[in-house]
Design a protein around this ligand. Structure first.
Ligand code: ADP
Ligand code: MN
Ligand code: MN
Ligand code: MN
Ligand code: MN
Length: 333
């Protein structure tokens, strides 16, 4: 007997990578082998030397095919078995191991927008819906668009065993959010990539496209972010480490923003619950700050912080690596 393994990887498309996948039939009991692909079709190689290697790194049940079938997230390697230049996971693994004793946790809020027939779901042909106000966490056919897809996606993530922790309708019609975590940096990032793949895959069955574009509609419409909630063991136990982490993020702001997703200047304008991309600030309860300290955290004098800057289209391997490196280096002193 055999089962189907869907090998999933992140390609080399610039400035925002895409997900790719293909199916391998594997004999029952066999290990998931290394596999190859045509890197010249994914912006990961030239045609003359096109082979790239898929190395399985995270496996979960395939909730779409069911049965013994699996989803297999892979790292991309060159044929000499070193990480390909598009492989941002390998560097995260190193940094996560270096600071493992600080026990970093992440919860990522993934916002996204559904599109159908070239416009956001819920937008009328050639025009705009009623202005923002009633859509966020709304209910009813005049407020909410695509809930059937969202519910299906939530069930699939749960069946896959992902640490999905919630969903909500967002401020712009057709825009939604799911949260993954809390979990360690590598775990949360692997699971977020799988959850993104499941989102695209299930929306495909509804003839809807999901996009992580950070500013899908220009003008007075909210962009899409990936707020990244972060704590270490010390931050979960006291307030001084929380301030240390905020100060460290302040000192390294430009290096972070550069890797927080394509088109970040269009989203972090200082309007629509954002802080300007080129000015760092942090504050309690402040959704207009770069980094928010939730109000309960200030009351309890322990907990976590929310980096509100990452775009929806950010690479969670880059974002979590930068935050662990910056904050854990400062906290270790
Ligand atoms: P918001 O109020 O900003 O919309 P959400 O409820 O959408 O917040 O998301 C908060 C995220 O923070 C969740 O994914 C949750 O699991 C995560 N989280 C909670 N506690 C911690 C913690 N101590 N460290 C890291 N992440 C946490
Ligand atoms: Mn072929
Ligand atoms: Mn949220
Ligand atoms: Mn949100
Ligand atoms: Mn948030």
């Amino acid at each position: 007997m055999t089962f189907k393994a869907e090998y999933i990887w992140i390609d080399g498309t610039e400035p925002t990578a895409k997900l790719r996948s293909k199916t391998k039939i594997v004999a029952d009991g066999a290990e998931l082998p290394l596999w190859g692909f045509d890197g010249s079709s994914t912006n990961q190689a030239d045609g003359g030397s096109s082979d790239r290697v898929l190395k399985p790194v995270f496996t979960c049940p395939d909730p779409i095919r069911g049965g013994a079938n699996v989803l297999v997230l892979c790292e991309v390697l060159d044929t000499d078995m070193t990480p390909h230049s598009s492989n941002t996971r390998a560097a995260l693994v190193e940094v996560a191991e270096r600071f493992a004793e600080q026990e970093s946790w992440f919860g990522i809020e993934q916002e996204y927008t559904f599109f159908k027939e070239g416009r956001p779901l819920g937008f009328p042909i050639g025009g705009f819906p009623a202005p923002q106000g009633g859509y966020y966490c709304g209910v009813g056919a005049d407020e909410v668009f695509g809930r059937d897809v969202v519910e299906k996606h939530l069930d699939l993530c749960l069946e896959a065993g992902l640490a999905i922790s919630g969903i909500n309708a967002e401020v712009m019609p057709g825009q939604w959010e799911f949260q993954v975590g809390p979990a360690g940096p590598v775990e949360v990032a692997d699971q977020l990539w799988i959850a993104r793949w499941l989102l695209y895959r299930v929306a495909e069955d509804f003839n809807i496209a999901a996009t992580l574009d950070a500013k899908p509609v220009k003008g007075d419409w909210n962009g899409a972010g990936a707020h990244t909630n972060f704590s270490t063991k010390a931050m979960r136990e006291g307030y001084d480490p929380i301030i240390t982490a905020c100060d460290a993020l302040a000192a390294n702001a430009p290096a972070h923003v550069k890797h927080y997703g394509a088109g970040i200047e269009e989203r972090l304008t200082g309007h629509h619950e954002t802080a300007p991309w080129n000015e760092f600030s942090y504050g309690v309860s402040d959704r207009g700050a770069s980094v928010r300290i939730p109000w309960q955290v200030e009351v309890e004098k322990k907990g976590y912080i929310e980096d509100r800057r990452p775009n929806a289209n950010a690479d969670p391997y880059l974002v979590t690596r930068l935050i662990v490196d910056t904050c854990c280096s400062a906290l270790e002193k």
